[in-house]
Design a protein around this ligand. Sequence first.
Ligand code: ZN
Ligand code: ZN
Length: 267
Amino acid sequence: MRFCVLGSGSKGNSTFIEAGETRILIDAGFSGVEIERRLAAIGVGIDSLSGILVSHEHSDHIRGVRILARRFNLPVLVSRATKTAAAKELSRIEQWLEIAPGCDLTFMDIDIHPFALSHDAAEPLGFVIRHRDLLLGYCTDTGIVSRLMQHRLAGCHGLVLECNHDPEMLKNGGYPQPLQQRIRSHEGHLANVDAAGFLVDLIHDGLEHVVLAHISETNNSHELALATVTDYLREHAGAIGDSCRVMISLAHQDRVGEVVCLGQDPA
Ligand SMILES: [Zn+2]
Ligand SMILES: [Zn+2]
């Protein structure tokens, strides 16, 4: 299994996943042309996609869903509540597959395990994607983390994890108070330190690669997000154990991230 965060942040999110013959996007929050361009940058033809899995209805996640689904006749995997909330943006799509939190679904070569997040959308979902014995977790757009999320994401070999903001930068960053409150609320976005703490709970010997995603351009920096997480992991090294060698990389808004292959033993 391999995956690549094609782009992530408040202006657009999309992640490509390939397993066996199956190629999906989690979210398509850029224009169709932009997603095509970003897929081409990693050597993937947009007409080879198998479907689009939708996390929630915010425009930075669904902007390109309709155009891609219609142009390439792709099934869209979405929950009923999200589909209703985005009825206009997702109109005139021919193929649907309904997903629901807690209900596992097999789609071609992958199993999809959707689980509930805490975010100001109709039914925001995180996912675990399984192919054979490899698990990829996807968890962005959540204000808090829960035991349920921890339970669902336990044992993942790859993980895309929100690392949205630094609380001090949010406080001093010039965002109006109501927007600040929305971001830091339980239904907002995950702070660096909360992501770091969650990662310590999730880390295990089999976790190969974590991509920090949905990093705010105003209330965070890539350096700070990475430093907060790596410092936190170092502080908790005793609890993590020596055999864990997780790679951590960063998702970007304006460019394609690293293509990560899971399940390949380092030579
Ligand atoms: Zn978002
Ligand atoms: Zn959102």
